[in-house]
Design a protein around this ligand. Structure first.
Ligand code: AMP
Length: 587
């Protein structure tokens, strides 16, 4: 397949913000590809050569790419850099300059997708002495054989700027439209959620259809999208929703780890699919030593503990383990304990379709427990009184709240989905005034007065999991300390967007836009109807969204959460209805 066909599909995707239109462009394109090319095309549409959980590092900074563009377009480097300062994106620079270069007749062999993938793989693997030069030259060779549009996307891919607006959900829609019936869509999504591998799903459906997709199972080594909990505002509401009886567990305040245990190694993944094995070598070793099975996939919350008393410490303590360097010391200084709460696979059996009680029994039987590895505290509770008593016990033990889990036969592990099979309830929820939200930064406003020359406030958004879009919920200017404000531009630099990102809905226009990536924890006094914010627009009232009043940053950057794990529109609406305010449901 020719690479130009893929680049032209990207160009058509870039020209629209309609998800329906993107789906139809992609499904038509996908149908025309053989399964192998389809897999690569799908990875490249996400700017990658591998599945989501594989950290993609081409190791090419903008200026290195500009050098390759200068050579391929036969322009002086200074001129290329000037254009880059104006345009901000090496892809656009390459497109403009290579357009002006005209046809290079010498290299008339058309560039295939296979060659592009091979060279990009080689760029990725080039290491050691002179690696920067070698990477640059390999890119130059590709650019020399590429037209303007092809060059644009090559430069965007190697600099991590590949955003054609077609996220994973749109790709799955398109795959279903191309190779399955509408009824097959949930199975396609399930296959993705249990493998986190869009390319694998694409190749499987194109070569084996829906039967092959239904045969996709969890496997050790491929992280699984985590199951998430809904929230309700009181224990009685939870008990009512659970039908009067449920399992309750302590909700520990640490880092969620998904452990893939094989015969002689263990890999630990965060809920964002980052490989954290090197941050928790002690946990990995202990899991292997304590696991009675040959292979297993389990989940648990890893919490920092006081070495002298064994008492649980706040979340901030365990984040010391997320450092890049000095891990040996951090392992010693910040001891942790893993509280396991689920098992998704054991010795050949996919447990994700088994009910909660069966999984919990299997988990309990699969490990010898130790000082470092335990099970979450759990009790079956009946009625609100028992629920409240368990909640009080959880707080006394320094947990942040409870997780209620359905005992229903249908309480399977729903990978990648948030639902009422699990309901969380935190201490914060007791007082509506301190409800906390996890919000994505989508814009910034320049500061004035004391904050002149810095960002003064941020535009924050929630995520709508039904539409895959972000919508604004507040302008956040409180709770930042000087160090945080000083560091903000650097923290946000790689997420800058030239205009409003195509998946963000906003009526407010900040001075700077960002692609949703960074998540901050925010508390607010109240959720109110808002004429300017677009969150849950039209859900509570026609022509109005929901906004946060008096929002304040708690100081906690949720680096463990991706933007798609922000507070959702449905949660926000639910919290709005639950609060007892003047503009509440009855007014
Ligand atoms: P939140 O991060 O507030 O959305 O709460 C959900 C998170 O609570 C999960 O992703 C886990 O990291 C964590 N958690 C703590 N204790 C438990 C538990 N017993 N069961 C499930 N998740 C838990």
């Amino acid at each position: 397949m020719l690479y130009s066909e893929l680049a032209s599909a990207f160009e058509r995707l870039d020209a629209t913000s309609s998800r329906l239109e993107m789906t139809s462009i992609l499904s038509e394109f996908f149908r025309s590809l053989d399964p192998g090319s389809l897999r690569d095309a799908v990875y490249l549409s996400q700017g990658k050569l591998h599945p989501d959980y594989f950290p993609q590092e081409f190791g090419m900074a903008d200026k290195l790419v500009l050098r390759a563009v200068a050579m391929a377009s036969a322009k002086p480097y200074e001129e290329v850099e000037k254009l880059w300062i104006k345009e901000g994106d090496p892809g656009t620079v390459a497109e403009l300059l290579i357009k002006g270069r005209g046809q290079m007749t010498l290299f008339s062999e058309p560039l295939t997708l296979e060659r592009v993938v091979n060279v990009l793989t080689s760029i990725e693997n080039t290491e050691g002495k002179d690696s920067q030069d070698k990477k640059m030259k390999q890119l130059f060779l590709l650019l020399r054989e590429s037209g303007p549009v092809e060059s644009k996307y090559l430069c965007r891919i190697v600099t991590g700027r590949m955003r054609v607006g077609a996220g994973a959900m749109t790709i799955l829609d398109a795959l279903s439209e191309a190779f399955a019936t509408r009824e097959g869509r949930p199975d396609v999504e399930r296959a993705y959620n249990v493998t986190c591998d869009l390319g694998l799903v694409a190749k499987t459906i194109a070569s084996g259809g829906m039967d092959a997709i239904r045969g996709v199972h969890v496997s050790v080594g491929s992280p699984i999208k985590v199951m998430l909990a809904e929230r309700l505002s009181s224990i009685p509401l939870i008990m009512e929703r659970m039908g009067g009886r449920c399992a309750m567990e302590f909700k520990y305040d640490g880092i969620r780890l998904q452990a893939h245990i094989s015969k002689d190694s263990v890999r630990l993944y965060s809920r964002r699919l980052e490989d954290l094995t090197s941050n928790f070598p002690d946990v990995a070793a202990e899991l292997r030593a304590c696991c009675k099975a040959e292979e297993a996939i389990i989940e648990g919350e890893c919490v920092a503990v006081d070495p002298s008393t064994g008492a649980m410490l706040p979340f901030q303590t365990v984040t010391h383990r997320r450092k890049k360097h000095g891990m040996d010391k951090a392992v010693e200084d910040y001891p942790v304990r893993m509280f396991m709460f689920d098992i998704l696979f054991i010795d050949g059996t996919d447990m994700t379709s088994r009910p909660f009680t069966e999984r919990r029994d299997k988990l309990a039987g699969a490990f010898e427990l130790s000082e470092k590895i335990g099970l979450t505290e759990m009790e079956v509770v009946e009625g609100p009184e028992e629920g409240e008593a368990f909640f009080a016990r959880a707080l006394a033990a320094k947990s942040e709240g409870v997780m209620a889990k359905s005992l229903h036969q249908e309480s399977v592990y729903r990978a990648g989905s948030r639902g009422f099979l699990w309901i969380k309830y935190k201490k914060d929820y007791e007082a509506a005034l301190t409800d906390s939200f996890d919000l994505a930064v989508v814009g910034a406003f320049y500061g004035m007065g004391k904050r002149a020359g810095k960002y003064g406030a941020l535009l924050m958004a929630i995520f709508d999991s039904d539409t895959g879009r972000y919508s604004t919920v507040c302008k956040l200017g409180t709770g930042f300390d000087d160090a945080f404000l000083d560091n903000l531009p650097e923290m946000m630099e790689s997420h800058l967007s030239k205009g409003r990102p195509s998946d963000v809905d906003a009526q407010m226009t900040p001075d700077i836009w960002f692609f949703p990536a960074v998540v901050l924890e925010v508390v607010a006094a109240e959720i109110s109807l808002s004429p300017i914010h677009t969150a849950a627009f039209g859900v509570v009232k026609e022509d109005a969204g929901l906004g946060l009043r008096f929002p304040r940053f708690t100081g906690r950057v949720r680096s463990d959460k991706g933007p798609e794990q922000c507070t959702t529109a449905a949660e926000l609406a639910e919290m709005y209805w639950a609060q007892d305010t003047a503009d509440g449901p009855d007014s």
